[in-house]
Design a protein around this ligand. Structure first.
Ligand SMILES: Nc1ncnc2c1ncn2[C@@H]1O[C@H](COP(=O)(O)OP(=O)(O)OP(=O)(O)O)[C@@H](O)[C@H]1O
Length: 328
């Protein structure tokens, strides 16, 4: 059995507004094991980023998280900044769509990478620079010693992304959270980055959370998938199971609206309607206004996330066959 590296229990995130509050994430539960890739998917505003920012202690000032994110027997939720500093970077790291959020534009690549090793792993400067160059090579940067001398703006977008990944991996974190890491890259570089993630998780044992709105990114890369809608997980399971036999109408809709994956359907069909405002979620199932399979109960009751066998879970009352034809 692979080791569990993170256990998240009943994680909720709330933001205080002027005279009300918004529940961005509700009751999230999952575990992550060594070398595993978990994809967290859903449209914009579904709570994907805030869930993981809360685990990293990076919520905006008006945000508050409750629940647990257990790293071994340590709960990261509710820790203050100085307590979290002992784990951030070292055990759990997060990278973003824009590498410049992690890189310092005025320092050479090798200086900032080496700094991480000096600070977190106590390396002396020479050893740190050698290790930094090795890591640049490991993440597929050609002529790493030369590139290490560059400033971030002298590198291409894909190259900067690799530097950011190298920086995150230098401390050999148990968990890497990547928030839309390939969204800004062209398709070829995107595919290279996803291959890189896959081989790095195998080689280092790092568990990866891949946050994305694009199911095309998930195919062939992630092991498991959690589909988010209106701040809640609505379907969970192995990627292959969810792709070939989606059991929540929203998952079906996402698959149906993704180029290359929608090949099983007659045509590409976006999901009708818009994602809900978290401040005014519909009564009953949050997805009901957009759902082709809804029936009366869905307008009144919210379906709980329920196991459906083979390690799968869904939050939907509909038990009939879900077909593309019915949606199209
Ligand atoms: N500081 C804040 N104050 C109030 N509400 C916020 C704040 N930050 C985020 N939210 C709310 O949390 C919701 C979920 O945001 P989140 O960033 O997790 O969405 P997402 O699924 O990652 O989408 P995207 O891909 O667009 O980032 C937002 O739609 C917004 O309603």
């Amino acid at each position: 059995m692979p080791n569990t590296v993170l256990t998240v229990e009943d994680l909720s995130v709330t933001f205080a507004l002027h005279d009300s509050e918004v529940h961005a994430v509700r009751d999230m539960n999952f575990t992550l094991t060594e070398s595993e890739i978990l994809a967290v998917v859903g449209e914009s505003g579904s709570g994907k980023s805030q869930a993981f920012l809360s685990i990293m202690g990076l919520l905006a000032r008006n945000g508050r998280a409750t629940g647990k994110a257990m790293l071994g027997d340590i709960n990261l939720v509710g820790m203050n900044k100085s307590q979290l500093d002992a784990y951030r970077g070292k055990d759990i790291a997060m990278i973003f769509q824009d590498p410049m959020t992690s890189l310092n534009p005025s320092l050479r690549v090798r200086t900032q990478l080496a700094e991480v090793l000096v600070k977190h792993r106590g390396f002396d400067k020479d050893k740190a620079i050698r290790a930094a160059i090795e890591m640049l090579e490991r993440v597929g940067i050609p002529e790493p010693a030369k590139r290490a001398n560059a400033f971030p703006h002298e590198l291409s977008g894909g190259m900067r992304q690799r530097v950011m990944i190298a920086m995150a991996l230098l401390c050999q974190p148990k968990i890497l959270i990547a928030d839309e890491p390939t969204t800004a890259l062209d398709v070829t570089v995107q595919a290279q980055m996803l291959d890189l993630f896959k081989s790095l998780t195998q080689d280092f044992g790092t568990a990866l959370v891949l946050i994305t709105h694009d199911l095309g990114v998930v195919a062939g890369v992630a092991d498991r998938m959690m589909v988010m809608y209106g701040g809640r997980a609505v379907e969970k399971g192995k990627v292959d199971d969810l792709f070939y036999d989606p059991r929540h109408p929203y998952t079906l809709g996402l698959l149906h609206s993704t180029p290359h994956i929608a090949h099983r359907a007659a045509r590409l069909d976006p999901i009708q309607g818009l994602p809900p405002s978290l401040e005014h979620l519909p009564k009953g199932c949050s997805f009901n206004p957009r759902c082709a399979f809804r029936f009366e109960r869905c307008l009144i009751e919210r379906p709980p996330l329920t196991p459906t066998g083979e390690g799968r879970e869904k939050a939907c009352f509909y038990e009939g066959e879900l077909s593309y034809e019915k949606v199209a």
